[in-house]
Design a protein around this ligand. Structure first.
Ligand code: C5P
Length: 416
């Protein structure tokens, strides 16, 4: 992985109070602390006494680079008010793990130990409180816990949900703390302005695979990373996102609905009905231009004569052009964005493609320089202008592109 592949900087300048209450899931919080710091945040760990039974403050201090605070009587604070100082320095407080008991303490507004005290003392208008519960499935399902969770949300806390699976106690069900990587995504998403709230975004990504016979096919080197990054950025900006992906080896971005397809024909069949409900379509997929005209039902074999098979090709449907010409797109209800992977003359080629595809925005990039990479450089071309987004991580570029799309959607809104 190159340096630019990590989400360095997505939390740059953010100060997070990471609160640990007692639970076996504390072991995941060590990894979470590392991930938050890797993403650019500064992290102040606060632990309840129960949490120190599961993981030591030494571990959390070493990972966060700051002494862990555990007592409201901590005399290191010059004013002896750690609950005030810690809660006012924070951009966000995350309780992970949040035990059933700690949820009860928050609901009751308890203030007899530091972590619940600083949650109570936080300025509610500017310091969000995120809760990552962790407990046995029966405890999770108990009406008392569910009642407390409803009250906690009504009191302004943001509940991050739980995972399902095998629990430390040997039982299986709901109540596992979300994984560190999932919690990191939740924290990052929390800081992203919701510029696409209410929008439904449809994204195609990756290559397509066009079968020659049951074991061979034609594909290309698209990794799908740019499209996946755009789906993630749109979701974090508040959109409902569906990602139609060709064959790629990438994890689905959190909160994104994913549909896997193989061929261009399958991609079009998946996209068409979805486009009826979408307000934005971003076509990043590297769709094969042609497919073998008659894919063989059985494996094509060598017959020893030295003769090579004669392949004939049929042109694939142009998914982007099809959608851009649809009545909804023509009526301004579906904003279509195309991509152009070129090897030279980016501006001229992108401008030509803009006109040929009939889209309002075309994003140019140099194909060989971006396929499979974690970074990229983009050229945003519309009928009037061309704007360069200089080389950066695909995640950062995706966020910039999403902000640009949101800006264009808002500019197109009729003023009342
Ligand atoms: O024509 P070309 O493949 O260069 O155009 C690239 C753009 O068109 C990309 O946005 C790509 O996702 C889209 N496309 C498509 N269906 C095709 C070919 C390209 O949606 N058959």
């Amino acid at each position: 992985m190159t340096a630019s592949s990590t989400p360095v900087g997505e939390l740059a300048g953010r100060h997070i109070v990471l609160g640990l209450s007692g639970g076996i899931a504390c072991y995941k919080s060590a990894e979470l602390c590392r991930l938050l710091i890797k993403a650019g945040a500064t992290v102040q760990v606060v632990m309840t006494e129960a949490a120190t039974q599961f993981i030591t403050p030494v571990t959390m201090q070493a990972l966060s680079g700051r002494p862990v605070v555990g007592s409201q009587w901590d005399a290191r604070e010059p004013n002896n008010m750690p609950h005030i100082n810690l809660s006012r320095e924070a951009d966000l407080i995350l309780i992970a793990p949040c035990s059933a008991d700690f949820i009860t303490r928050l609901v009751a507004g308890r203030s007899d130990e530091l972590l619940s005290l600083l949650c109570l003392a936080r300025p509610m208008d500017r310091v969000p409180l995120l809760i990552a519960p962790a407990m046995n499935r029966e405890m999770w399902l108990h009406p008392a816990t569910q009642r407390n969770l409803r009250q906690l949300q009504a009191d302004g806390a943001l509940l991050l949900g739980v995972g399902n699976g095998l629990q430390a106690c040997g039982e299986t069900g709901d109540g596992r703390m979300l994984e560190a990587a999932e919690l990191l995504e939740e924290v990052i998403a929390h800081f992203v302005p919701k510029t696409l709230a209410g929008q439904r975004v449809l994204v195609t990504a990756g290559p397509t695979y066009e079968a020659i016979d049951p074991v061979r096919g034609i594909t290309n080197l698209s990794s799908g990373k740019m499209g996946f990054a755009i789906a993630r950025a749109a979701q974090q900006a508040g959109a409902e996102v569906t990602l139609v992906a060709g064959p790629v080896h990438l994890p689905t971005p959190r909160g994104v609905e994913r549909i896997d397809v193989r061929s261009a024909a399958q991609m079009l069949a998946a996209v068409r009905p979805l486009s009826e409900h979408a307000s934005v379509f971003v076509a990043t997929a590297a769709v094969a231009d042609w497919r073998p005209a008659n894919a063989s039902e059985h494996k094509i074999k060598k017959d020893g004569s030295g003769k090579t098979p004669q392949l004939e090709f049929t042109e694939n449907p142009d998914i982007l052009a099809t959608l851009a010409q649809s009545p909804r797109a023509q009526a301004g209800q579906l904003y279509c964005v195309g991509f152009a992977a070129e090897s030279q003359d980016l501006l001229a080629n992108a401008q030509a493609k803009l006109a040929r595809k009939g889209v309002p925005l075309l994003v140019g990039n140099i194909g060989p320089a971006t396929f499979g990479q974690d970074d990229n450089a983009l050229l945003l071309v519309d009928a009037q202008s061309a704007v360069e987004l200089p080389r950066a991580s695909k995640r950062l570029l995706a966020a910039q592109l999403v902000a640009e799309i949101a800006h264009r959607l808002n500019a197109a809104k009729p003023t009342t």
